[in-house]
Design a protein around this ligand. Structure first.
Ligand code: B12
Length: 212
């Protein structure tokens, strides 16, 4: 975390003002947006998760760090979107039922938009029927689901089943991700694709749609 040590520390402490100032400093210094996100913000959030697991911090502190990261992302979002403008395809994305984690999902959303996809974001705690209803409405090429809790992962196959029942499963590609999700799990639940992070989500989305 060397280059972004001060930023990382501000995020882990939940010091919004300091973290936003450090993000701006990094942008002004010409650091790459991706590096700021990966080596500054995400590394810090991993540290936060680790401290939470060990019982050093609790939900309020975790929430404060999440809010801090979100405020930093507001500065980075326009830079991520600068890249491309043409529509590569339509993506419908949401965090599955019961799950309120949205930072990773938002990052995937932003990267997809930055890469030229048109993204419809359903937000968090999205039940299978809402995915289905919106998919019928916007006719996406890809339905993307995020889950951060092992207890909410089963909502992914439930959503796939709901798409099947509605007769639209074969009209969309299903992509899944989130910290506890794996490629093996994607295979098990017959999703079309898994990606470990927002960058590879874009690469995989392009592969799925046959775009280079
Ligand atoms: C911030 C946070 C919270 C915040 C969320 C705020 C928000 N607006 O999102 C709050 C405080 C609300 C929270 C609550 C809880 N949390 Co929490 N939380 C975290 C924490 C620290 C960081 C998550 C994060 O934002 N990471 C940064 C982002 C950028 O990474 P990411 O989400 O993994 O996303 C990347 C990839 O996974 C991938 N990706 C993500 N989504 C998708 C989707 C697609 C389609 C693709 C392709 C890729 C992809 O790309 C992203 C970018 O590269 C994690 C620890 C961790 N390191 O993951 C725990 C963690 C996820 N939480 C955990 C727990 C237990 C909880 C609570 C149950 C705590 C409690 N007792 O109340 C509640 C559950 C609330 C609920 N119903 O959802 C556990 C989950 C354990 C498990 N495996 O089930 C973790 C792992 C902490 C821990 N080590 O114990 N949490």
């Amino acid at each position: 975390m060397s280059e972004f040590k001060a930023l990382g520390e501000a995020v882990t402490k939940g010091d919004i003002n300091k973290a936003v100032a450090e993000t701006q400093k990094a942008i002004d210094a010409g650091s790459g947006v991706q590096a700021i996100i990966d080596e500054g913000l995400i590394e810090a959030m991993d540290e936060v998760g680790d401290r939470f697991s060990k019982g050093i911090i609790f939900v309020p502190q975790m929430l404060r760090s999440a809010k801090t990261m979100q405020e930093c992302m507001k500065l980075l979002e326009p830079l991520l979107k600068e890249a491309e403008v043409t529509t590569k395809g339509k993506v419908l994305i949401g965090t599955v039922k019961g799950d309120l984690h949205d930072i990773g999902k938002n990052l995937v959303s932003m990267m997809m938009e930055g890469a030229g996809f048109t993204v419809t974001d359903l937000g968090v705690d999205v039940p299978p029927e809402k995915f289905v209803q919106k998919a019928q409405e916007v006719e996406p090429d890809i339905v993307a689901m995020s889950a951060l809790l092992s207890t909410t992962m089963p909502a992914m196959p439930q959503t796939i089943e709901a798409l099947e029942k509605a007769g639209i499963r074969d009209k969309v590609q299903v992509m899944i991700g989130g910290a506890p999700v794996t490629a093996k799990y994607a295979q098990e639940i017959k999703a079309d694709c898994y990606a470990a992070d927002a960058g590879s989500a874009v690469t995989e989305a392009k592969k799925l749609l046959g775009i280079s």
